[in-house]
Design a binder for this molecule. Sequence first.
Ligand SMILES: [Zn+2]
Length: 268
Amino acid sequence: MDIHLLGTGGADGIPALFSGSRVSVHARNAGGKDVRSRASALVDGHIKLDFGPDTWHQVTREGLDPREWTSVLFTHSDPDHLALEELQYALFPFNESEFSEFTIFGNEVIERKVFERYPNWPFEFVRTKMFCPLKHAEYTITPLMARHMQYEEAHNYLVSDGEKTLLYGTDTGVWQDPTWEYLAGHRVDCLVLECSEGFVLTPYNGHLDIDEFRYMVNRLRKLGVIDDTTTILTTHHSHNGDATHDELCRELEPHGVTIGYDGLKVEF
Ligand SMILES: [Zn+2]
């Protein structure tokens, strides 16, 4: 399998639109890996994770053709992950009408929002439920419980092709018991995990700072979910985490973690 990180920024991206934060100013000057669009990824070239406001920019930058996508998996409905208005470009009259369909996987909030905006949404919609595996072509897709939201089921995802398994955890916070219990006995080949709050340690538990990130990775190692052969990537970095790309590399690379950046593609 492979994963292509299309966006690795938090809700406001880096540089954040109206921000003069140290990291935003640095990103404007340095460019490159410090510029982070809103979090999204593509698995095996056709399973799209989230559909945020930077989708057009990401597919154009990476030379991708969204007509090849077979599915869009939504993690939750926050606007950096669900750009509802952008979905209209999948429909007539914005294309030649012989569009290729993609299945949407999403929770009940996503379902309500999509069908309120598009009452005649023509493609398959599959409602996701925590810990209930779904089949999609040769893949098994399992929504895990993130801690990110109080009033909506925010998902992390296990995506397996039968041989290899990806765990995609953006907007997660430190998991609660049901997720740890579910993961015990599973093994993943690639872990993509948020580090939104970077060096700024806060009591907020809907996102991970660097200490919480290390805690998650260590606990996953102890459980046997990941090992030395697992590829570990970061994503969903906020400028408020006060961490540049190089600073994150110095902190986490010695622990076998690759700091994600927009455009990074990894085979596992
Ligand atoms: Zn987010």
